[in-house]
Design a protein around this ligand. Structure first.
Ligand SMILES: NC(=O)c1ccc[n+]([C@@H]2O[C@H](COP(=O)([O-])OP(=O)(O)OC[C@H]3O[C@@H](n4cnc5c(N)ncnc54)[C@H](OP(=O)(O)O)[C@@H]3O)[C@@H](O)[C@H]2O)c1
Length: 338
């Protein structure tokens, strides 16, 4: 497992100027979001690993990745500094531990682990200063800085309630999100986002949850709604699922006003943050330029190449996030079974 000396500093990495990435999995999200962001930040996509070398070879050619290999070969490749893990949820913790142990930095897709026990095992096996991130990329986006600033300046009074949704429509029936053995289900896939947002904005951990899940004819939760209690009477009302038209609309409500955020998690050019005070519109901010993935990868590059202090690492946040997910799941299942 990872020792502190395995986390190489920028100078030990030989004056690294751009980060050499390896990818695990020929994943949709890697092609659609990670690689475009990587190119914008000047990083190199050195190799993709797959269960099938043929698939990796074709995918590498389609997506301008230099080489194709197995997962194991990618994490032990000496020409790779950082690994992006875009595998089904049930494999995240295993490969995150393996990548860190091989001396790499790692950006692991969310959720980092299937539960808090698995997250604790993973984190106990790696150094506390390991460069491991759970791929919630929105905290790195300037729009999130703006929201945090407006809340901490008291522009909406004291934070009382966050009403946040993340819905989309799952496409193919063989999607990993519909497979319980792969860690599928709406809470793992998208319910995790409002929970991460509420934890980030409140700086606190949830203390209770109730709610319900809808399964339709599937073996996983297709949607979930939950009321999640935080200390000091702060409440998160979350709604997330995989069978509606896309929406991530979020209201961050205080005693004096509220922020209406059209897309807190993956802001695009048309996304906005509106400030309303005592029922009146006050101001609208457009989302800052760039994808959340780009801002996250810029941060990782700065950490690896110029010694920037790492932020939002999974070594600090992975376990409380997994505990919060466990609490919501247990609360929803308990209420739902009544
Ligand atoms: N942060 C974000 O904004 C964001 C957005 C979307 C998705 N995600 C996360 O990214 C991960 C991948 O999602 P995706 O939609 O890109 O999935 P995907 O297209 O299905 O890719 C998953 C990859 O995992 C590999 N894999 C290994 N074992 C598998 C198995 N038993 N069944 C199917 N695939 C298997 C496959 O690559 P090989 O067969 O080539 O090995 C596959 O290409 C998920 O954890 C998801 O939560 C994050």
């Amino acid at each position: 497992m990872g020792r502190p000396d395995e986390v190489r500093t920028a100078s030990e990495r030989g004056g690294l100027s751009s980060v050499r990435w390896g990818l695990l999995g020929t994943a949709n999200i890697a092609a659609k979001a990670f690689l475009p962001a990587l190119r914008e930040t000047g990083g190199r996509a050195v190799a993709v690993g797959s269960r099938s070398v043929d698939r990796a070879t074709a995918w590498a050619a389609d997506n301008q990745v230099e080489r194709a290999d197995s997962y194991r070969a990618v994490i032990s490749d000496e020409e790779i500094d950082a690994v992006y893990i875009a595998l089904p949820n049930d494999q995240h913790a295993h490969w995150a531990a393996a990548a860190i142990s091989a001396g790499k930095a790692a950006l692991c897709e969310k959720p980092l682990a299937m539960d808090a026990v698995q997250a604790a095992d993973l984190l106990a096996g790696i150094a506390p200063d390991a460069l491991l991130w759970e791929s919630f990329v929105f905290p790195f986006h300037p729009q999130t800085d703006l929201i945090r600033e407006l809340v901490s300046e008291g522009r909406i009074g004291s934070l009382r309630e966050i009403i946040s949704e993340f819905h989309f429509s799952v496409g193919r029936p063989d999607n990993i999100r519909l497979q319980p053995e792969r860690g599928g289900g709406a809470l793992y896939d998208v319910g995790c986002y409002p929970i991460r947002l509420a934890r980030l904005l409140s700086g606190a951990e949830p203390v209770g949850a109730t709610g319900s899940m809808g399964f339709g004819d599937q073996p996983v939760d297709l949607d979930v709604a939950a009321v999640v209690d935080f200390p000091d009477d702060l409440r998160l009302m979350l709604s997330a699922g995989m069978r509606r038209s896309p929406s991530t609309f979020t209201r961050i409500i205080g005693t004096q006003g509220e922020l209406r955020v059209s897309n807190p998690f993956h802001p695009v050019e048309t996304s906005t943050v509106e400030l309303w005070v005592r029922g009146d519109w006050v101001q609208t901010w457009p989302a800052a330029d760039g994808t959340a993935f780009r801002h996250a990868l810029e941060h990782i590059r700065a950490v690896l190449t110029s010694g920037e202090v790492p932020r939002y690492r999974a070594t600090e946040d992975g376990l409380p996030q997994a505990r919060a997910m466990d609490l919501v799941r247990a609360g929803v299942e308990r209420t739902h079974s009544v």
